[in-house]
Design a protein around this ligand. Structure first.
Ligand SMILES: [Zn+2]
Length: 215
């Protein structure tokens, strides 16, 4: 399947500049919403405009600013919620939760999405990979990375996630972060490997010193 079959819509919503993503398949019109929050009517408008049908809600992690639209979106759709197993407890109110492990995949029409567990910001943080694109939640930002000093955060795990997994992505992979914190909304992994201070760290000790600045 080439790019032509993929719909990927990025929306900035809410007071914390969250990015919500809509992934759709042009052929089947099936869709997934990543981190629905803040303004579900606006999300549903995009869904309607593209004549899509939401079958999945994908959560990068369960901080409030990423999931506060899940219940409302579930009322409007028949979607299943895909969350990493370490954070499924946050969705205890829903019976349609699918617990994910690293390497699992979900199909949205012709689009195949792979889950990559990237703990550090939270224990169950995960990224979504599809068609040379990485939706990275609060793990990797453009020129930054997620905080590790919130409850459940772990800078050593973040270092492993960044160096052991995300830094190994090909340069041409496009990075779609969880917040609009940079001058541009999308970057390339090759650019981040050259410019992102957290990917440029030469050692774990250096990384731990840098991230301790958050506290
Ligand atoms: Zn977060």
């Amino acid at each position: 399947m080439n790019d032509a079959g993929l719909i990927l819509h990025q929306m900035e919503l809410g007071p914390m500049q969250n990015f919500v993503y809509i992934i759709g398949c042009e052929r089947t019109k099936e869709a997934a919403v990543v981190d629905p929050a803040w303004d579900v009517p606006s999300i549903l408008k995009v869904i309607r405009d593209h004549e899509l049908k939401v079958g999945a809600i994908l959560l990068t992690h369960t901080h409030f600013d990423h999931i506060n639209g899940v219940e409302e979106l579930l009322k409007a759709t028949d979607a299943r919620v895909f969350v990493h197993k370490k954070e499924a407890a946050a969705l205890a109110y829903s019976t349609s939760v699918k617990k994910i492990e690293s390497g699992d995949e979900v199909k949205v029409g012709d689009q195949r999405i792979t889950f990559i567990h990237t703990p550090g910001h939270t224990p169950g943080s995960q990224c979504f990979y599809l068609q040379d694109r990485l939706i990275a939640g609060d793990t990797l930002f453009i020129r930054g990375c997620g905080r590790c000093d919130l409850p459940g955060g772990n800078p050593e795990e973040m270092y492993q996630s960044l160096t052991g997994k995300l830094k190994k992505m090909d340069d041409h992979v496009r990075l779609y972060p969880g917040h609009n914190y940079a001058d541009v909304p999308v970057s390339m992994m090759g650019e981040e490997k050259k410019q992102n201070p957290y990917l440029l760290c030469q050692s774990k000790d250096q990384f731990l010193r840098m991230t301790s600045g958050f506290i």
